[in-house]
Write a protein that binds this ligand. Structure first.
Ligand code: DGL
Length: 264
């Protein structure tokens, strides 16, 4: 029998599309519901208490409405703060987004890595633990950039990011003491792979950019082993409040196969 239950991919905004691209490649037939909490955007400037209360409640409502087979929290901020709350609140497999500190540490020759995320993500004990486990012998420089998050949103609405704005946002990372030695940067916000070309162009040539998208897709596919899928893929985007800017996003959403739009 065909299993029509979707995979629910969740973020505060369009960032999770960078993860969805990998999930689509790994599971081409999967029906997708992509949920963007535009009413709560941005997450990176919110408190831990706000995120920990908001995300499980919202995912509960989304699960009731769409009956997903699995949830992917395609957001570092929500995952590093609320993953355990979500797992205990919902009776569903939940895949989180973990900053790719391990592969960055493996790639670094200078033993100096950057972690570029939101302000909320970079201060999480979750990140301290990853550093202690996988990058103990590295100098780890962290920078939170709400500007890059906004630039990624604008890019998907059709406004190319001004190179100067990207450069000045990255100054907060490369301008730190020892910032010139960074040779690997963790894109610890799912919005940032959407700006990978711009970030690369504004970074020293030796810098390798690392993100978690492929690993999340691998984990998702593994959890769906032996499950059945409808014959054709389908995709809908759901927003948490109506907004005239959603129309500007439609062409980008369609590129990810999200052709229907709902408001929760
Ligand atoms: N895309 C999100 C992340 O990975 C959050 C961006 C935001 O809402 O500040 O952290």
């Amino acid at each position: 029998m065909t299993d029509n239950r979707p995979i629910l991919v969740f973020d505060s905004g369009v960032g999770g599309l960078s993860v969805l691209a990998h999930i689509r490649a790994a599971l081409p037939q999967a029906p997708i519901v992509y949920a963007a909490d535009n009413a709560g955007y941005p997450y990176g400037t919110k408190s831990e208490a706000e995120i920990a209360a908001r995300v499980p409640a919202l995912l509960g409502r989304l699960a009731e409405r769409y009956h997903p087979r699995l949830i992917v929290i395609a957001c570092n901020t929500a995952s590093t703060i609320a993953l355990n709350h979500v797992r205990s609140a919902l009776d569903l497999p939940v895949v989180g987004t973990v900053p790719a500190i391990k592969p960055a540490a493996q790639a670094s020759k200078t033993r100096t890595i950057g972690v570029l995320g939101t302000e909320a993500t970079i201060r999480q004990p979750y990140v301290d633990n990853l550093v202690a486990e996988f990058a103990r012998d590295c100098r780890v420089l962290r920078h939170g950039s709400p500007e890059l998050v906004d630039l990624a949103e604008a890019k998907l609405r059709g406004t190319p990011p001004p190179p100067k704005a990207v450069k000045s946002a990255l100054e907060g990372l490369y301008g730190k003491a020892f910032g010139g030695q960074i040779d690997a940067v963790v894109l610890a916000c799912t919005h940032f792979p959407l700006l990978a070309d711009e970030i690369r162009a504004a970074s020293p040539a030796k810098v390798t950019l690392v993100d978690s998208g492929e690993g999340i897709a691998r984990r998702t596919a593994h959890l769906c082993t032996d499950q059945s899928w409808p014959d054709r893929p389908s995709g809908r985007a759901v927003f948490t409040r109506p907004d005239p800017e959603i129309a500007a996003l439609q062409p980008a959403l369609a590129e990810y196969g999200l052709t229907q739009i709902d408001i929760l």
